[in-house]
Design a protein around this ligand. Structure first.
Ligand code: URA
Length: 253
């Protein structure tokens, strides 16, 4: 998106004109929505019985696949804790499943645990996490209101980017978490979660602050808080986007 357009949108926001829903709102809904929802829920499913067992497909009389039951978060957490689907399991102190309100309207999806998260077993507890708490407050939210999870449940060595095979191995857990929590909004933080949830190659710089759709979920991509810690322009964008999120949740836009 052109800088001029973003700046204009920012000044519109200051004048109280709703921004997110107008700019690219649902722009990709038709093309991305159905497809990304399908893909989000298509690859390997963690089992209710054991992590490695393959799921049984059940069929309704008319021949349409029935939705399989939602897996309780405690069961999913136990499966994640035992997971050895990719080599990241060898380097972890512990898995980082996710925390928060299991009935949240908003699911926040980050990238992967860092050092502090790996040590404490909770997402976003380091510097980016402290900033995330401030950002949530801008939206009128606290950590207790939302559920926070990551694309990967184990820390990549030296905090390197997640690899495609790790994302493929791990995301069935995120998919099931999402089904169980059944949020109204998924807030994707940064490129990895945005690209995974929306199944798009469009980057976060273009998508942030715009309302998208993935099947039944509203998706609101925002820059990753860590990317903004030392970049004042991104900080401004993040804070604007969290303010917009608050407006969306309150039905003001
Ligand atoms: N960054 C993330 O994406 N997730 C965390 O849990 C911590 C930092």
């Amino acid at each position: 998106m052109q800088q001029v357009e973003k700046t204009a949108m920012r000044s519109e926001r200051r004048e109280g004109v709703p921004r997110a829903v107008r700019s690219m709102a649902y722009e990709n809904a038709a093309t991305l929505g159905g497809k990304c929802h399908r893909m989000l829920f298509e690859h390997g499913t963690p089992s209710r019985r054991s992590p490695e067992a393959s799921p049984k497909k059940e069929f309704k009389k008319e021949g349409r696949p029935m939705e399989h039951p939602r897996i309780p978060l405690e069961d999913l957490q136990a499966q994640v804790a035992a997971c050895r689907r990719c080599p990241l399991c060898d380097g972890r102190t512990q898995t980082v499943f996710g925390v928060g309100n299991p009935e949240a309207r908003v699911l926040i999806v980050g990238e992967a645990p860092g050092k502090n998260e790996d040590l404490q077993g909770e997402p976003f507890v380091g510097a980016a996490g402290k900033y995330l708490n401030e950002l949530l407050a801008i939206a009128g939210l606290s950590r207790e209101d939302v559920y926070i999870a990551n694309v990967l449940k184990c820390r990549p060595p030296s905090n390197r980017d997640p690899r495609p095979e790790e994302i493929q191995a791990c995301t069935p857990f995120l998919r099931e978490q999402t089904r169980t929590i059944n949020p109204e909004y998924i807030v994707t933080l940064g490129n990895f979660s945005t690209k995974f949830i929306l199944k798009t190659d469009v980057g976060i710089t273009r998508l942030h602050g715009t309302l998208q759709r993935a099947g039944r979920f509203k998706v609101f991509p925002i820059f990753h808080p860590a990317a903004a810690l030392y970049d004042s322009k991104k900080r401004e964008a993040l804070e604007n986007d969290f303010a917009t999120l608050g407006e969306l949740l309150r039905g003001e836009v």
